[in-house]
Design a protein around this ligand. Structure first.
Ligand SMILES: Cc1cc2nc3c(=O)[nH]c(=O)nc-3n(C[C@H](O)[C@H](O)[C@H](O)COP(=O)(O)OP(=O)(O)OC[C@H]3O[C@@H](n4cnc5c(N)ncnc54)[C@H](O)[C@@H]3O)c2cc1C
Length: 359
């Protein structure tokens, strides 16, 4: 890793080593900061359950913080994936996303979106029913229109976490396998973190990237960050034939169909994800997902379920996602990414780096 050094290297302790934490630790180290990454280990975070869909260009708004973060993150993924792969890290990814309209209202919305983005030079193409009908395997029959975005796409989140962790470690990020139990400001400056097992850790900066568990760490300090869990379930299917001719991810009535020709046998497809408030999975939304709310083409109904999994998304209550905040001198919050933590990880990591270097 070449390190364009920051003017003043800081010590930074990142709490949470899932996608947000691992990516942030990597980005900080890349600038020459001394970084520790504290995580209990395993693959318990929501990031491991994510589908990795990158929906940047088809976002309903085209201004404001959410839009800027999405644009920046897509650009950073485009730079960082080749950088990591150049050092032998593997992140399966592909570009292309086809958003389908199920009814007249969605069709009108997609037409407006295409017009507005094309006027800004953003390449979004409308695909009329004839073109959709030529795709194999067949799309859900009621599809009235498609909006194709060549710059959006998908990547494998577990591979991305593994790549950031491994590349970070090689570059000098110190991984500490433990759980933070209490945070405390130091008298002069900086923060001290009590751990479940080992000795406390101290740093100039503390970055709380612990997903939904950020709440319990911050509340004793008087920070009431309103976050609620939204559970998601997803499936890996084996198809009767590969979905190679699709131009990328297909999104239908809130369900993402993600061909994974790179996985064993070349006929795998990820299907997800349900949106279920709370911590407990419910069989009904999973059954609706499995059959695409009754619109599943026959090849999809015949596919064999190989794997099912679930994870939690941290959703801010009454606030827009994500929560990127300087809570106190030296204390940063980077969580609450809800449905777009994979998309927004690089721009969030960059925001953390800017805060640390601005001080
Ligand atoms: C089914 C599903 C599908 C999704 N699909 C997409 C998608 O297609 N595209 C997209 O962009 N996003 C998607 N998301 C959302 C995305 O996964 C989340 O926004 C993102 O993963 C949140 O990442 P995070 O690192 O903040 O939290 P998490 O991944 O939950 O990680 C939190 C980490 O903090 C650690 N931790 C917790 N407590 C402590 C502590 N006390 N001390 C130290 N460490 C601690 C945990 O071990 C964990 O590693 C999906 C989510 C789900 C569940």
């Amino acid at each position: 890793m070449s390190l364009p050094a920051a003017a003043t290297p800081r010590t930074v302790l990142v709490l949470g080593g899932s996608l947000l934490g691992a990516c942030t630790a990597w980005a900080l180290r890349r600038r020459g900061h001394r970084v520790q990454l504290l995580d209990p280990g395993g693959n318990g975070g929501g990031s491991w359950a994510a589908l990795g869909v990158l929906m940047g260009q088809v976002f309903h708004r085209s201004s404001g913080r959410g839009w800027r973060l999405r644009q920046r993150s897509l650009a950073l993924w485009r730079d960082w994936i080749p950088e990591l792969e150049g050092r032998g890290r593997r992140i399966p990814h592909r570009t292309g996303l086809l958003l389908l309209a199920a009814d007249a209202m969605e069709e009108a919305r997609l037409r407006r979106l295409a017009e507005e983005r094309q006027a800004r030079g953003i390449p979004l193409d409308l695909w009329e029913p004839q073109r959709l009908g030529a795709l194999a395997p067949a799309l859900p029959a009621p599809a009235r229109l498609g909006l194709f975005s060549p710059l959006d796409g998908q990547l494998d989140p577990a591979a991305a976490i593994t790549a950031f962790r491994a590349d970070g470690r090689t570059a000098g990020v110190e991984a500490v396998e433990d759980r933070a139990v209490a945070l405390e400001p130091l008298a002069a400056a900086g923060w001290r973190v009590e751990r479940a097992a080992g000795d406390p850790l101290e740093a100039d900066w503390l970055v709380v990237a612990a997903g939904i568990e950020a709440l319990s760490l911050l509340e004793p300090l008087g920070f009431h960050q309103p976050l609620e869990p939204v559970l998601g379930q997803a499936l890996e299917l084996e198809l009767p034939a590969p979905a190679e001719a699709w131009p990328g991810v297909v999104a239908w009535r809130g369900c993402n169909l993600i061909p994974r020709p790179d996985l064993t046998g070349g006929r795998r497809l990820w299907l997800g994800a349900t949106l279920e408030p709370g911590f407990q999975p419910n069989p009904a939304p999973l059954a609706a997902l499995r059959h695409l709310h009754g619109d599943a083409p026959s090849w999809l109904s015949r596919a064999c379920v190989l794997r099912q999994w679930q994870g939690l998304r941290p959703r801010p209550v009454g606030r827009p996602a994500p929560l990127l905040e300087l809570l106190a001198p030296g204390l940063l919050l980077a969580t609450g990414h809800y449905r777009n933590g994979v998309l927004l990880a690089p721009a969030s990591a960059e925001w953390v780096v800017e805060q640390v270097e601005r001080a």
